[in-house]
Design a protein around this ligand. Structure first.
Ligand code: HGY
Ligand code: MN
Ligand code: MN
Length: 395
C-alpha cells in the first residue's frame, strides 16, 4: 500500500469533525482504534508483533533472535492535537518497509517497526510513559498509580483494555533494540529542506504550581480583604513569560484547575501546570528558580501561598555523534538541528541505545494543534530518507 493510502486510512481515525484535531489519550477508544489499525497493517505484511507489559509494540521483519534496527514512534496525541506528531513516524516506518521490500532488499539483522504508548502523557500526565517504563526509568508502581482527570488509574485503564497490570515493568523489547531511529514531524520552523537530522533534545519539565487563597464573595468582599490565588497565578504566568524571553527559553502555563470554579466567588485554590524548556540544564534550572521566586514574592503580597512540584523532568539528550553523522552521510548532508520537543527516542538514547532522529519539514512549525501540517511530497521524502537509513543500518 502506498504511503498516501496508509496516511489517508490512519489519519481518518479519531479526527474531530469540528476542529480537525485528534484526542488520542493512552488506552482511549480512538488510540486503541489506531493501534488496531497498526496491528492489522503489521499482519498484512507478515511482521511478527511483540508487545511488552504496558503495551509498547514492535513488529519484526526477520526473527528477533538478536539485536536489530528498530524504527517507529507513537500513535497517541495531545488533546486536540495534529495528525502528524507521532503517527507520521509510524506510517513512514511501514511505508519504508514496503519500499525496501519492493526493491528486493533483505535486512541482515531483524528490522522492527515500533509504536510506543502514551508518549504525550496527555491522559496520565507523564510524557513518554510507555518508553520510560520500558527503559526502567519510571517504576511500575509509580506508573500504575498515575491517574487521569477522572481519577482512573493506569492500572484500571490497562485492565479495562484487557492488559494485566502485573506485566508492567522494564521491557524485554529494549534488549532487541540494537539501534533506534525515529522519524518525526519537525515542530518548530527550523528545517528548510524536506528532511533533517536531530542533534539533541532540550531539557524540559512539567511543574505543578498550587496557589492557595481564601474563598470569598466576588461582590461583597473588599478588594483589600481578598486573598485571591487567581491573582497570584496570573502574575506568575506573566513572570514565566518574561523570564523565558529573557533566558532565550520557553515556558507556558497550558492547563489550569480552579476551585471551586464559580463565577461569583473568589477561588480558594488554583492549580496550574507549567511546561518549561531551555537549551541547557543550567538555564532551565535558573528559569524555574526565577519563576518560583516571583510566585512566592507575589503570594506574600496577596496573602496566598504557592507550592511547586516537578511532575516530570527530562534531561538534555545529545544523540550519539557517530550515528548522527552516519545518517547525515546517507542523506547527502542533511541539516542537523536540535528540538525543544521530547520524544521516545530521547528516552531510548538516555537508556544507552544508539539512537537517531529524522525530521520532516513542517512549513508553519505549528504543532500540538489541528493546524499541524507537512506537505505530502515532504512526507514522501521522509519515507525515502528513512528507507535509505534503514538499508544502511540493516544491510
Ligand atoms: O511535549 C513534547 O515535548 C512532546 O510532544 N511529547
Ligand atoms: Mn507531541
Ligand atoms: Mn511526538
Amino acid at each position: 500500500m502506498s504511503f498516501e493510502n496508509l496516511w489517508r486510512d490512519q489519519s481518518a481515525i479519531g479526527r474531530d469533525a469540528e476542529t480537525g484535531g485528534y484526542t488520542r489519550g493512552g488506552w482511549t477508544p480512538t488510540e486503541r482504534e489506531a493501534t488496531t489499525w497498526f496491528l492489522d497493517q503489521c499482519a498484512t505484511r507478515g511482521l511478527a508483533v511483540e508487545s511488552d507489559g504496558i503495551g509498547n509494540l514492535i513488529a519484526w521483519w526477520g526473527s528477533p533472535d538478536r539485536p536489530g534496527v528498530v524504527t517507529g514512534s507513537h500513535l497517541d496525541s495531545v488533546i486536540d492535537g495534529g495528525a502528524f506528531d507521532g503517527p507520521l513516524g509510524v506510517v513512514s516506518a511501514l511505508a519504508a518497509v514496503d519500499l525496501l521490500r519492493a526493491e528486493g532488499f533483505t535486512p541482515s539483522v531483524p528490522l522492527g517497526v515500533g509504536a510506543f504508548v502514551e508518549e504525550e502523557g496527555s491522559r496520565f500526565g507523564m510524557p513518554c510513559l510507555g518508553s520510560r517504563v520500558a527503559a526502567g526509568v519510571l517504576s511500575a508502581d509509580k506508573a500504575l498509580a498515575l491517574t487521569d482527570r477522572q481519577g482512573v488509574t493506569l492500572a484500571a485503564a490497562l485492565e479495562a483494555a484487557g492488559t494485566d497490570p502485573a506485566g508492567v515493568g522494564p521491557s524485554p523489547l529494549l534488549e532487541r533494540m540494537g539501534t533506534f531511529v525515529e522519524l518525526h514531524v519537525e515542530q518548530g520552523r527550523g528545517l528548510t529542506p524536506p528532511v533533517g537530522v536531530a542533534s539533541s533534545i532540550w531539557p524540559h519539565g512539567r511543574y505543578r504550581f498550587t496557589f492557595e487563597g481564601e474563598a470569598n464573595h466576588a461582590g461583597t468582599t473588599l478588594m483589600e480583604d481578598r486573598h485571591d490565588p487567581m491573582l497570584t497565578y496570573a502574575m506568575t504566568a506573566l513572570a514565566a513569560n518574561k523570564q523565558a524571553r529573557l533566558a532565550g527559553a520557553r515556558a507556558t502555563f497550558g492547563r489550569l484547575s480552579i476551585e471551586p470554579n464559580g463565577t461569583n466567588a473568589v477561588p480558594s485554590r488554583v492549580i496550574a501546570w507549567l511546561d518549561a524548556r531551555a537549551a541547557d540544564t543550567a538555564t532551565l534550572e535558573s528559569l524555574l528558580a526565577a519563576i518560583t521566586r516571583q510566585a512566592v514574592e507575589r503570594a506574600e503580597r496577596d496573602g496566598t501561598t504557592v507550592a511547586v512540584v516537578p511532575e516530570s523532568v527530562s534531561p538534555i539528550v545529545d544523540f550519539p555523534a557517530g550515528l548522527r553523522d552516519r545518517l547525515v552521510g546517507v542523506l547527502d548532508g542533511a541539516p542537523v538541528l536540535p528540538t525543544g520537543a521530547g520524544h521516545d527516542a530521547g528516552v531510548f538514547s538516555a537508556a544507552g541505545i544508539p539512537t537517531a532522529m529524522l525530521f520532516v519539514r513542517n512549513p508553519t512549525g505549528i504543532s500540538h494543534s489541528p493546524a499541524e501540517f507537512a506537505e505530502e511530497d515532504d512526507c514522501l521524502a521522509g519515507v525515502e530518507a528513512l528507507a535509505a537509513v534503514l538499508k544502511d543500518l540493516a544491510q
